[in-house]
Each structure stands twice: as structure tokens, then as C-alpha cells.
Design a protein around this ligand. Structure first.
Ligand code: ZN
Length: 382
């Protein structure tokens, strides 16, 4: 077991025993802490020494509900600016290591097409994570191009879901699906609407939550959801289990409508770009909030409205959530890459939310954790 896993594993077990790392730490001298930890399953006790930084970051645990971990940018193919592609060493394992150091205990790997499902499901299984399965609106043309037609495409998604409902790497949501009217050059409105609607049948059939993508299309999204029985209680009456609008960038009114229908909202660096978005986040009840990075996309940037709040992040957390980064062309193994978002930064989103809501940081972290466990049924993590 490497050093990081050694530090991380016993603490995680302790927190599942309802003896939180936070409470443990408060009983220990600061700066340099030593404590006896039971090694799970062995009956053995070890003396574990931790630095202040390590214990502080591990006090807060996260489930990043939206990560695109199969993106080749995590395998050394960095797209850089424009069409320029920079190749560097595959540092996927280091990205996962940094996320663990930042308290990210699990993730839901986003899958946006049947074509990428095999890779996503294998990755989720290999790393004991979770996955979604659906067709992203910008790829909804795949339904019509598929051999055998749209019905066969839907049937293949259906059949793949049915085979992956249990065990490590299981599918916990139908998605990402929805509407994206900002990118109609990939699929027009009618194509998007038709195939969004058809995927809702799978959420009803398998009683799975929806992982929704909505961009510049809130009205049509709500209309379709209502017409398909998701207008109340997240569609409970028709077999649905609600769901989450990921990367939420809508208005307060849009949020209120979906809230009334029983849906949740997940925020990331794209949701905290502009001042008016921050005002919207203030209005989202913590009981309906989740956290994500949408990595490698949606980084939090110094030009964003979130900066003034991020500036107050304690250094011990900053070094875990935003580790030193270099430009892709100057890649150094062990360092993050500028503008390539990583799941370790999910705590930065939580920090901004806590500042906007004016509540203790741990309240946001705990609420979002509980909401995620509840909606996606991840009770083995609780
Ligand atoms: Zn999306």
C-alpha cells in the first residue's frame, strides 16, 4: 500500500464508524498529530502520524457527482488552446491520488453516449466508482445514425443499464441527457427533444435518478419533464426518482420551477463564473444542492466572480484543492495542468457555496454528501 493510501484508508474507516475525523483531530495536538488507528479487519493497531495539512483536508469528504474521467486529457493528450494538441505523460493515477488527498471519497463518472459506455463502465469498476449512462443532447444524432435506428440505440442503453445495476462501478443515474440549445450545430432542437424524451422511459423503468444537462433550454426541458410525469415529486408516480440538473447555470426562476418539481442542483466552476450566478446559488436550498467539478471542464478561474470568495480559502485547504499547476507545454509529472480541471478542486466549489450561504463550511460539505448518498442510493458510503 502506498503512503497516501495508508494515510487515507484508516481515516475513512473511522468516519464510517461515525467517529468523525473532525472530532478526532480536535482531541489531538495541532501541527503534528499522532494517534492510534485500528487497521480494519486485522485486529492490529498502528501509530499514525499526520501533518496538520493532511488532517485538515481529510476532515471534509466529497463525492464529485460529475467527472469526465475517460477524457484523453487525463492520459497525456492535452488539447491546449485552439487546435494545438500537446502530448505529455499519462498522469491519470496522480490525478486520482490528488483527489484522495483532497478528501474526494467517491465520484460519479459521466457517460454521454453508448459509444463511450464500455470505457466509462470499466473505469468506474476498476476504481470502485459509479457511473451514469445516457446520451448527451449534443450527441443525440447518434440515435438516428445507429444501425437498426433509434429504437435499437435505446434498447442497447436499456440492456447495458440492466447489466450494471449492482456492484462496483454500477450505473446510478440515467444521463447525461437533456437539452443544449447553445450547440445546435451538433443536433437540432427536434432531434434533442425526441431523444431526451425517449430516455426518460429508462429512468421510470429502472427507478433511477436523472443526470440532466440543460443549457439555454430550461423551458423546453421542464415541459418535456412534466409531460412525461416528472412534474411532481421527481416523477415518483410514474416510477421516477427525481434527479439533478448538473452544472447548473440557470436563473432563480428556473431553479424554483425545477425545485418545485422535486429536482436537485449541482454546481461547479461554470456555475460560479458571474455575479448573477452567485446570486442564484444563494437561493438554492442546501437540502437540494450537490457538488461537482465536471473535470476536465469548468475550472474555477481568477477572472470569475467566485475569486473573491476563493481568496479566503485557508492555505491548508488551498494546497489540496488547487495544487500547483503548470501549462500543458511545460508539463511536469506530479503537477496539475493549468485549465485542466481535476476532481480535487470540488472542495473549492463547496467553499464558495458556504461563503454565499453564510453557513459553516462543514454544513455545506455534510449536506451535499448526504443529498448525493440519498438521491443516488450510495448508502454503502454513508
Ligand atoms: Zn453536461
Amino acid at each position: 500500500m502506498n503512503q497516501l493510501a495508508y494515510l487515507w484508508h484508516p481515516l475513512r474507516r473511522l468516519s464510517t464508524n461515525r467517529l468523525s475525523a473532525r472530532r478526532l483531530r480536535s482531541q489531538l495536538p495541532r501541527k503534528f498529530c499522532t494517534m492510534s488507528v485500528n487497521v480494519p479487519g486485522s485486529g492490529r493497531t498502528i501509530d499514525q502520524t499526520m501533518t496538520e495539512d493532511t488532517t485538515l483536508a481529510l476532515e471534509y469528504r466529497y463525492i464529485d457527482i460529475g467527472v469526465n474521467l475517460t477524457d484523453s486529457v487525463f492520459r497525456g493528450r492535452n488539447r491546449g488552446w485552439g487546435s494545438k494538441v500537446i502530448h505529455h505523460e499519462d498522469d491519470f493515477d496522480l490525478v486520482i491520488g490528488r483527489s484522495k488527498q483532497a478528501g474526494v471519497e467517491s465520484m460519479i463518472v459521466t457517460c454521454g453516449s453508448l459509444r463511450e459506455s464500455k470505457e466509462v463502465l470499466k473505469l468506474a469498476k476498476d476504481h470502485n466508482l459509479y457511473a451514469t449512462l445516457g446520451c448527451h443532447p449534443t450527441r443525440s444524432g447518434d440515435f438516428d445514425k445507429f444501425e437498426g435506428g433509434p429504437e435499437t440505440y435505446l434498447h442497447c442503453i436499456d440492456e447495458t443499464i440492466s447489466r450494471h445495476l449492482e456492484g462496483p462501478g454500477r450505473i446510478v443515474a440515467v444521463g447525461e441527457c437533456g437539452l443544449d440549445y447553445d450547440r445546435l450545430h451538433f443536433a437540432d432542437k427536434e432531434t434533442q427533444k425526441k431523444h431526451f424524451r425517449s430516455q426518460l422511459s429508462l429512468a421510470k423503468k429502472y427507478h433511477l435518478p436523472l443526470f440532466l444537462h440543460s443549457r439555454a433550454a430550461a423551458q423546453d426541458l421542464s415541459i418535456i419533464l412534466r409531460e412525461e410525469g416528472f412534474g411532481e415529486d421527481g416523477g415518483k408516480a410514474v416510477g421516477g426518482r427525481g434527479g439533478v440538473v448538473h452544472s447548473f447555470t440557470g436563473t432563480v426562476e428556473e431553479m424554483r420551477e425545477l425545485h418545485e418539481m422535486g429536482f436537485y442542483f449541482s454546481v461547479n466552476g461554470c456555475s460560479t463564473k458571474a455575479a448573477d450566478q452567485l446570486e442564484t446559488i444563494k437561493q438554492i436550498p442546501l437540502e437540494r444542492l450537490m457538488l461537482e467539478t465536471d473535470a476536465p471542464w469548468c475550472s474555477m478561474k481568477p477572472s470569475h466572480a467566485s475569486k473573491m470568495h476563493l481568496d479566503t480559502l485557508p492555505p491548508a485547504l488551498r494546497c489540496k484543492y488547487f495544487p500547483p499547476a503548470v501549462k500543458g507545454e511545460n508539463f511536469e509529472i506530479g503537477k496539475a495542468v493549468k485549465d485542466r480541471n481535476e476532481p480535487c478542486s470540488v472542495g473549492g466549489v463547496a467553499w464558495v457555496v458556504s461563503r454565499l450561504h453564510g453557513v459553516p463550511f462543514e454544513d455545506v460539505v455534510d449536506k451535499c454528501w448526504n443529498n448525493t448518498v440519498e438521491v443516488f442510493g450510495l448508502h454503502e458510503l454513508a
